[in-house]
Design a protein around this ligand. Sequence first.
Ligand code: ADP
Ligand code: ZN
Ligand code: ZN
Length: 727
Amino acid sequence: MLIRLAVPTPLRRSFDYRYKGTAPAVGSRVVVPFGRQKLTAVVLSHPDSSQVPSSKLKYIDKVIDSEPLLPSVLFKLIRFAADYYQHPIGEVFANCLPTLLNKGEPAKLEPEWQWSLTPSGEDAIPKIRSNAVKQKQLFQLCLEHNGVLTEQVLGLHDFIPSYLKTFEEKGWLVRSEQKPSQVVYEPEAGYDTENVTLTSEQEDAVDSIRPHFGSFKGFLLDGVTGSGKTEVYLQLIREALSRQQQVLMLVPEIGLTPQTVKRLERRFNVPIAMLHSGLTDKQRLNIWLKARAGQISIVIGTRSALFTPLAKPGLIIVDEEHDLSYKQQEGFRYSARDLAIVRAQYEQTPIVLGSATPSMESLHNVEQGKLSLLRLTKRAGEAKPPHIKVLDVRQRHLNQGLSQPLIDNMRKHLAQNQQCMIFLNRRGFAPTLICHECGWIADCQRCDRHMTYHQRFKRLHCHHCDKQVFMPKRCPECQSPQLNPVGLGTERLEEALKEIFPDKSVARIDRDSTRRKDSMQNFVEAIKNNEIDILIGTQMLAKGHHFPKLSLVGVVDTDGCLFSADFRATERTAQLLTQVAGRAGRSKGIKGEVVIQSHHPDHPLLVNLFTQDYQTLSRNILAERQEAQLPPYTAMAIFRAEANTLEMPMTFLNDVKQQLKHTGLSVYGPYPAPMPKRAGKMRAQLMVQHAQRKRLQQALSPITPTLEQLPSSRKVRWSLDIDPQEV
Ligand code: ADP
Ligand code: ZN
Ligand code: ZN
C-alpha cells in the first residue's frame, strides 16, 4: 500500500513510501527512513500508483498520529501555500508546525490535574489539630471551591505540592484529570464594562461587518491614526465570542502584543493565548493543541500565528496590515496577510485588515472589489489630528541633526509636562567611521556596506551581516589615530539630547536597547507612567503605540528616506512618516505637533503627504504603478541566487532565463542584486512579471521543480520569491 509524503527536505517534490496495516490518515505524521536519517513526514495522499517501481519504495518506520494532526482547512492552506509560493512542500509543513511536532512528539495535551475532596477527607476536617495551620488552609481552600482544587486555583496560592501528596496518601483528596471544558462565553460582571460609546464611523464599520459572520468576506478598515480601530476589533471579537467562536488576531513584530493582550484581558473573560518569540517549544505546542481543541478563545500573535489550528474559527484580524513583518524574507517566503485572506475563505469567516496607511496591494484589492473599504476619518474621543510642519533646514545650523526651531519647540512642549519623540531610523552612534588623515572608511569585509560605529561597546557593527569587530585604535592604512565618526545614529542623538536637556529623562528605544526580553515592555510602561520626557525612536516606535502624553514628534533625518531605487520607496516612506506623525497628540486636550526636518521641503512626497493626506498620496502612487505596470497591477516574482563569485549565480540565472523563454512572461535580468555582496556571498537576481497572477503561476510551476536538475544550480544557493516585497 502506498502513501505520498511531505518530507522535510529542500527538494521540490513529494515522496512515496509503502506501509503495512491500516492506512495512516491524510494530514497525520509518520516516521520514515530518508537516506541515513529518520525524518518526520506528513501524509499528503494515498496514491494508486507511483512513478518509482515498488521494489525500490521503502517502508515507513512508524505512524505517529492515529488521527489527522491538522484540521482539514489548515492542511489545505499549507498545501495551497506550498503551491502558490512554489516552495518545497516538506519545508513548508515544517515551517508551519510547532518544533516539537516536527521532532515527532505526540500531539497530546499534557493532562491538567484536579484534586477532589473524598468522604473521608470530609470526615477529617473537624478532627484536624488546630496547630496544623497549612492543613487547615488547604481544607479551607477546598471548601471555598466546592471540594475541587484545580491546578489553576492552586497556582494562585503558594502551597507546597508535598501537602497535596500527604492528603492524597491519607485518602482525603483524590487526583483526577481535568476534563477540559469547551469554553462558553458569557458576558460577565467586571468585564465588558468599559462603557465606550462608538463614534458613528466606528458603529458603521461594526454594522457593516456584523451580518457577515459565518461566511467569508474581506474588509479593509482604513482608519487614521488614533481613530479607534482597536475598539472596532474589540466589538467584532465580542460578536465572535457570543457566537461561541474563536478569534485569530495577527499583529506586527513590534512589541505591540502585550499591550493588545492587556486590552483583551480587561474586556473578555475567556482564555487568551499570545504567541511570541519568547515562548518555549513546550508552551508553543500547548497553545497549538489547546487552540485546536477549542480551549482557547483568542489567539494573538505575529506572522507564524497564522498557522494555529482552530476548532471553531469565527473571525480573523490582521492589524497594521501594511507592515513588512508579515512577509517572511527568507526560506519559505510567504505573506501572512495574503494567506490570512485565503484562510478566511477556507474557514468561511470574515477577515478584517486594519491600517492607517493601507498597502497598495490592499487598496488595489478594494478597487477590484475583493475587499470592502470601511473608513474611520476622525480621531476617536476628543483628540484632534496633529499639526504637521515641514521645516526647511537648508543653511540652518544643526546641532547633531537638531535645528534650533525644533529644539525650541521641544522646550515648549516639555514645559507643559508633555513628552517629545525624536524619530531617527538609524541605530548606533554613527553610520561611518572615517580616517581624518587619509580618508579610509571602515567597510564590512563581507558586504558592500560601511560598518556602523557603536560607541557604547567601542565596536564596529555591520547591520547587514551582523559582523562585529572592535574599533581600531589607528587607521589600518596610515596609522593615524584620528578616526572620526561621521553621520548621525540614535546613540549620538541620545548624547546630544542629554546635553541640551540635562534635567530631562531621555530614553533611546531601538533594537540595541531592547535586546533583553522585557525591555520593550518596560519602556512602554515607563513612557505611560511619565517617567520619560524625551524618546528617541526608530521604526519600532513608529507604529501602533498609544502614548497619551506624547505631543511633539520630530523627524530629524527625512532626506535619507526620500531617495531610493526601490519602486516601493515612496509607499514605505509615506507609511512611515504618517505613522510616526500619528503618535502625536492622541489624547483629549493635548495638541499634537509634528516637525519634519528636510533639505528637500519641496519634494513632491512631502508636499503631497502634508498638504493633502495619505489617501490622496496613495491614489497617486497607484496611478504611477499602473502606468509603469508594476505591482499590484502586475504579478512579480524574483529568482535569487548567491555563491562565492558573481559568475556562478549569473550563469544559473541565465540558465533559468533560457527555461522561461517561451512562457510569455516578461523576464528582466539577470543582474547583480542592489547590494551585490552580502555576508561574503555574491548575489544576483532575475525578475519575472506577468499582468495576470494566474498566468505567472501556471508558467512557473512546471519549471521551478526542474531547476534543481540544472548543473549550474549545484554551485549556487537559490530561491524563488513570489510577490517580493523588496527588489
Ligand atoms: P487606532 O488603533 O485606530 O490608532 P486606538 O484604537 O488605539 O486607535 O484608539 C485611540 C484612543 O481612542 C484610545 O485611547 C481609545 O481608548 C480611544 N477610543 C477609541 N474609540 C473610542 C470612542 N468611541 N470613544 C472614546 N474614545 C475612544
Ligand atoms: Zn588613514
Ligand atoms: Zn556585513
